[in-house]
Design a protein around this ligand. Structure first.
Ligand SMILES: C[S@@+](CC[C@H](N)C(=O)[O-])C[C@H]1O[C@@H](n2cnc3c(N)ncnc32)[C@H](O)[C@@H]1O
Length: 214
């Protein structure tokens, strides 16, 4: 879904950084070989993630929802030379694909993959993070926030993807099996009201919220 007119969208992309060659390859191979390629952040959002990471210059980055590794590689561009990016995904079939591209990048040895349910893995991580990207199962976004907030340094940033959920967050009635929309509505309310953070929701792609820990 486009939240701004398509021609404006095109203009925005045209006047932003180009997609790096390795990420173009990753993007193409994901579309050729992997189910649900729409999940990949893509050119424009990827450049936004890269820019935010370069401004923050995080030492430790956490990503919840690796998929094929596109957003991880974008955020790694801003990581400090002695930093580490930890990325979690529950789908073991994606593991080798991710590693292939991580190793083709300049950041391979500093990207740590975790396979399993993020709710089990996050409590075992001992470092404190400067940048967190939440981009996995929508029904657990609030749970991820609650277990991550104490592992975030003061001034650290949480980025949350798909917070507009194709505009469905405006609805007040949901299909019986739709757990994601009410979960995202509750999550957006949580980010707006939690006193430990300040938050701005950007209408980028499917909605990307930036929350900064006070
Ligand atoms: C939208 S995709 C991530 C896209 C990726 N961040 C990007 O921008 O290229 C969501 C990923 O979350 C993973 N996932 C879903 N539930 C999970 C869970 N409970 N723990 C860890 N990963 C999960 C899925 O396997 C999927 O690969």
């Amino acid at each position: 879904m486009h939240f701004i007119p398509e021609e404006i969208d095109e203009y925005v992309v045209k006047h932003s950084e180009d997609e790096p060659e390795l990420l173009q390859r990753l993007n193409r191979e994901t579309h050729q070989k992997i189910l649900q390629p729409r999940m990949l952040s893509g050119h424009f959002q990827g450049r936004v993630l890269s820019m935010i990471s370069k401004i923050i210059q995080p030492k430790y980055i956490l990503e919840i929802g690796t998929y094929t590794g596109y957003s991880a590689l974008c955020m790694a561009e801003g990581m400090q030379p002695n930093g580490e990016l930890h990325t979690i995904d529950i789908n073991e079939e994606l593991f080798d694909f991710q590693r292939k591209y991580f190793d083709l990048s300049n950041y391979g040895p500093r990207i740590v993959q975790h396979l399993g349910d993020a709710l089990d893995i996050i409590p075992k991580l001992e470092m404190k993070f400067d940048l967190v990207f939440i981009d996995a199962d929508k029904e657990n976004y609030s749970n991820y926030f609650n277990i991550i907030i104490d592992k975030l340094n003061s001034g650290g940033v949480i980025l949350s993807d798909n917070v507009l959920w194709s505009g469905k967050v405006l609805e007040s009635e949901f299909k019986k099996d739709d757990v994601d929309t009410p979960a995202l509505i509750e999550y957006n309310r949580l980010l707006k009201t939690d006193k430990r953070i300040e938050t701005v929701l950007l209408p980028i792609r499917d909605g990307l919220t930036i929350s900064r820990k006070l």
